[in-house]
Write a new protein. Sequence first.
Length: 321
Amino acid sequence: MGSIQRNSPCPCGSGKKYKNCCLQNQTNREKQELATDGPMEKLGLAYKAMSEKKWRDAINIFEECLEDRPNSAEIIEAIASCYDGEEDFLRASEFYEKALAVSRDSETAQILYRLGVSRACSGRIEKSVEAFERAKEAFHAPQEKGAIDKILEELSQINLGNRPLYSFLTQVQLQRAFSDFDEENYEHAAIRLEKISSLDSTNPSIYYNLGVAYAFLKRDDEALTSFKKTIELDPEYVTAYYNLGQIYLLAKRDFSQALNYFDRAISFRDNYIGAYHQKGVAYEMLGDTEKAIQCWNKTLELDPGNKQALENLQRVQNKHS
């Protein structure tokens, strides 16, 4: 179909000329779209900064967007999330409360949950309990209600003095460190874990994960210190022994120490496939091929398809054939 002339009858059947009917409506829509392009583009920039954890930049842009949409629960909640990212939990709580005041019913449960988290992280335990109890009422799925029950029990123990005030914050930061690991952001994980280790010096999980972060960052001495602190706090933390063995084997080239820690890992877990295999590597480095072969055979006994053990055995056998 050819283009419609401005003075032609409008194809919608209104009886008006096209220029006075749908063309005018189309022009108005185009003007509206152009008017919204700026704010939407700005909102996109804000979310981009947020995804890159440039919290202050994101907050500034979101606040500009809020001038155009002052009652947008979405934007207000995004600002709250940015303050949460900055670990300014009091300001995060303030904005979650503002978002809650203008949110739709479908958004209420999630905002209440996040409000509860930010209040608990800032030490406002009673106000946090209030938010979580409201969130529990707003959620419908049994698993969500069950998860909140566990949080409420944790907060109850804090209120009773059975757990320290910072215990909730510690758990939240540990979970966020795991997210940092998933994103391979080991530097940020290390910074986060260093902060909470200063709050809770008795939690072996903090020191273990801090050791993992340091190991990925090739900060071997700090990783050794963290893993040793882990087993000081929990002498049966098996993977800490294994990781100590790995650092002494691969980074420090101290094969006797490596064997010591692999043996200690096996003493707590007698089917530790990785420890047996790496013992074989350490023995080979020490020139004891016979013991290396014994370790790799044990690896294959536990894991018959272990490719590394098979390749090592074949390599050693070919060398001596």
